[in-house]
Structure formats: structure tokens, C-alpha cells
Design a protein around this ligand. Structure first.
Ligand code: ATP
Length: 423
């Protein structure tokens, strides 16, 4: 229907980017579900204020009022979102405009057309993402492959489109890694040379977040880091980022040494077990550990500029000294109830961070707290005390805390034993 609408306007419409790549990578008999589609419309549009993409998306939205329209970028891109629609499921369609000129009448000069979509594709990151399929006549269904993307899909290579690509946009390094690992492709050797050259020439200074000169770039860097750190392939991706020396893009003090690597993997194992629904955001903890060795002030600035959430900022703000303090206190405690008292005020994420920064003995205590002690309850609760005739008041907390401590230390087990203590 979008293609029909574009055709009626005399415009050309293409499906581009990831959807084409993924369709071409799929075997004929496999069903592909596309939920995120990028379209590019190419045509002289009638308004100087909005591009053809926005015009087209607005027309579609009027016909399908159950989809939501949002316009972003200056005036070139629109998005249509169908959220759990019975006809379309959940579907996100971005419609960009490949041409900036506007003209009062529709026109379809094929030469202008192909140069315009070619330019659009040339601005993209890799050959495998610079493929397009024409959706409007004539020759609808034709694959446009100006840069050898099909060959690279077959050869399983991530190849950049031009030498300066990573200098222009360092976040493409993270994208190269993401596609290479996710698709099980290699980064083509010349492309790897460009990456290394870009890093050596200090492009990461471009991302120097302190100066706030490139907020769009840092937003993209955060998005790409999140994408990688929350994917199920985060381990090989992080390793490859490190091998390419590109963790420097976050901050030039970030390195993945053996200790940090171990801490990230250990925290991830704990998180998988203790937070299976991923409420904390496991990728954030990985990122926090990754940047933990940066000096505190710069680390905080980095976190602020990456717009990390409040919980994360609070954790990052804590000095590493806190870890050794908790460690020392725990080692001094003999009774379980005393260890419990040192730990129960802390949130799960904090405790995991303390654990990976502590020696084995302490780690074991924290693990026992999280998996056993934190689940133990005293044999009596407030209602029981009330039923026993005690008037509610501040004493309740003292009594219940005492009962819990005795239970943790194994001195009482049953309600009867607890009742004797209360009396
Ligand atoms: P995924 O399946 O992971 O979403 P995708 O290819 O659709 O992959 P997007 O991040 O949604 O990735 O980007 C859509 C398209 O926009 C890409 O295929 C690519 O052509 C282009 N693109 C995205 N980011 C960049 C960038 N930093 N530089 C150049 N082109 C980009």
C-alpha cells in the first residue's frame, strides 16, 4: 500500500538496509519476520518544509489511523508504528527521503532517480547494508547493488564503503563488530586497516564527551554499546572491540584486561541467576565494570554524558573504597546475623559489584546472603505478635529483628521457640 501510494505520487520507493540484508541471508524456505523496515522514497516533493518521506507517511497514517506517526530529523524522516495491530503485528517503518530538492510537479527521470538512491546508499555504513530493492514500477523487485553488497553477503564479509568512513563516524566501528559477530562474518582486511588507522589517529577524541560537542555521536555510541552489551553474543563482540583497540572510543583509559574480563563474566553469571528477568539491565553492569578503572571524576563525566540512568550514575559515583570497607567489615563478622546486617541495606546490583571486587571468601558470603540468608524469615511476624496480645509500636521492629537474627544464627527454628523468646 505504501508503494502504491508512492507510485500514485510519481515517486520511487525502495526498501533498504537491514531488511534487504536479512532477506537475502534467509534461505528460500525460511520464514522471515520483519519488524523494523527502512524505506527510502525518491521523488520531487511539493513542499519546501517537509520531504517526500514525511508526505508519504502522513498520507498512509490518514488511511490507517491505528498507526502512530512520528517525524524526526530536520524534516526528512518519518516513522510509522503499528503496535500489536491485528493486521500488521508490531511493525516499525522508517521512511526517509533521498532527495532534498522540491518541485511542483511529479517527475521520474530514471537517471536522476538512480543517482539519488545511489547517493543515499553511499552514505551508509557497509556494503551489506547498502543494498536496496525497488518497490515501485518500472522494474519493481529489482535489487540495486551499487557497491558489491551481494558478493560480500556471499563471502561473509563486513566491508566499509569508503576509506574515511570510520573517521566520519567512529560508532561505525561498533557497528562493524556487531554485524561481524552477529552474522558470523569477518571484518574484511582493508576495512580492519581503516578501523585501526582511525583509532591510531585518535578519532576517539571526536567523542570526547566532556565538551558536549557531539551529542548525536555520543547518543549513537551509547546505543551501539548497549546493543552489543545486551546481545547474547556480547562476549565475542566485546573481545573483538578490545582486539581492535576500539574500547578507547568510550574513554582512552578503558581496557579489557584479565581482571576486568573476569569481573564482567562473573557479574554476568550472577545476574543471570539472580535477576533472570533482567530488571537491572545487565548491559549496564557490564558497562559499569568496563569503565570502572577510569579515574572517578572522568568516569562520572562519561556516565553523565552517556545519559546512563540514575541507579547506574549512583553506582558509578561510589568510590571503589566502599568495596574494601564492606570487605573488611564482613571479614570481621563471625555470626551470620552480623554479616546479614552489613549486607541487607544494599541493592542487588551493588552487592554484585562488591562481590566481583572482593576476595573469594567475601564473595562466598555475599553469594550465601543473596541465595539463602536474604530469603530467611523469622518464625513470627507482626500479625503473630498482635495475636499474642502485644500492642503495635516501635518495639515490634526490635523484637522481629532479634527473632530474625536468632533464626539466621540457627538458635531458634519454630514459632514456639520464638514465642518463648518474645515472652
Ligand atoms: P539491525 O537488524 O541490527 O537493526 P540494521 O541494518 O537495520 O540492523 P539500523 O541501526 O536499524 O541497522 O540501521 C538501518 C540502516 O541505516 C543500516 O542498514 C545502514 O544502512 C544505515 N545506518 C545506520 N547507522 C549508520 C551509520 N552510523 N552510518 C551509516 N549508515 C548507517
Amino acid at each position: 500500500m505504501i508503494a502504491k501510494e508512492a507510485e500514485d505520487q510519481g515517486w520511487h520507493l525502495y526498501i533498504v538496509g537491514g531488511a534487504v540484508r536479512d532477506l537475502l541471508l534467509t534461505n528460500n524456505n525460511q520464514k522471515v519476520s520483519l519488524q523494523d523496515i527502512d524505506l527510502v522514497v525518491d521523488g520531487f516533493h511539493r513542499s519546501a518544509d517537509v520531504g517526500a518521506g514525511v508526505e508519504l507517511a502522513s498520507t498512509i497514517q490518514k488511511k490507517y489511523p491505528n498507526c502512530r506517526l512520528s517525524v524526526h530529523g530536520e524534516f526528512q524522516t518519518a516513522a510509522l508504528l503499528w503496535h500489536k495491530d491485528p493486521e500488521f503485528g508490531s511493525l516499525w517503518i522508517d521512511i526517509a527521503t533521498s532527495r532534498t530538492e522540491f518541485y511542483p510537479y511529479p517527475a521520474a527521470n530514471p537517471e536522476v532517480e538512480s543517482s539519488s538512491i545511489r547517493q543515499d546508499l553511499y552514505r551508509r555504513d557497509f556494503t551489506i547494508n547498502a543494498l536496496a530493492v525497488r518497490l515501485t514500477p518500472p522494474r519493481e523487485g529489482e535489487l540495486l547493488d551499487f557497491f558489491g553488497g551481494l558478493l560480500d553477503l556471499k563471502g561473509k564479509e563486513v566491508r566499509v564503503l569508503h576509506a574515511n568512513s570510520f573517521i566520519e563516524d567512529p560508532t561505525r566501528i561498533y557497528r562493524a563488530v556487531r554485524f561481524a559477530v552477529r552474522l558470523n562474518f569477518d571484518i574484511e582486511p582493508q576495512t580492519e586497516t581503516y578501523i585501526r588507522y582511525a583509532i591510531e589517529s585518535g578519532i576517539y577524541d571526536k567523542l570526547k564527551l566532556k565538551n558536549h560537542v557531539t551529542p548525536a555521536l555520543t547518543t549513537r555510541l551509547k546505543a551501539e554499546s548497549k546493543y552489543i552489551l545486551e546481545a547474547n553474543y556480547w562476549k565475542p563482540a566485546l573481545q573483538l572491540l578490545s582486539d581492535l583497540d576500539s574500547l578507547k572510543c568510550l574513554h582512552n583509559q578503558v581496557i579489557l584486561d584479565d581482571k576486568i574480563w573476569w569481573q564482567i563474566r562473573c557479574a554476568s553469571r550472577w545476574l543471570r541467576y539472580l535477576d533472570p528477568d533482567n530488571n537491572i539491565g545487565h548491559w549496564l553492569i557490564r558497562l559499569e565494570i568496563l569503565i570502572s578503572k577510569i579515574n572517578p571524576q572522568e568516569r562520572k563525566q562519561l556516565a553523565l554524558n552517556l545519559h546512563l540512568p540514575k541507579d547506574s550514575l549512583e553506582r558509578i559515583d561510589k568510590d571503589n573504597i566502599i568495596y574494601s570497607e564492606i570487605q573488611e567489615l564482613l571479614l570481621k563478622c563471625n555470626k551470620i546475623s552480623d554479616k546479614y546486617k552489613q549486607l541487607y541495606r544494599n541493592k542487588l546490583a551493588d552487592l554484585i559489584l562488591v562481590a566481583v571486587n572482593s576476595k573469594k571468601e567475601v564473595r562466598r558470603i555475599i553469594w550465601q546472603y543473596l541465595t539463602q540468608w536474604s530469603k530467611i524469615q523469622a518464625p513470627l511476624n507482626g500479625n503473630d505478635l498482635k495475636r499474642m496480645g502485644y500492642k503495635p509500636g516501635p518495639q515490634y521492629k526490635l523484637v522481629l529483628d532479634r527473632l530474625l537474627a536468632l533464626t539466621l544464627d540457627g538458635e531458634i527454628k519454630t514459632q514456639q521457640e520464638a514465642a518463648i523468646i518474645v515472652k
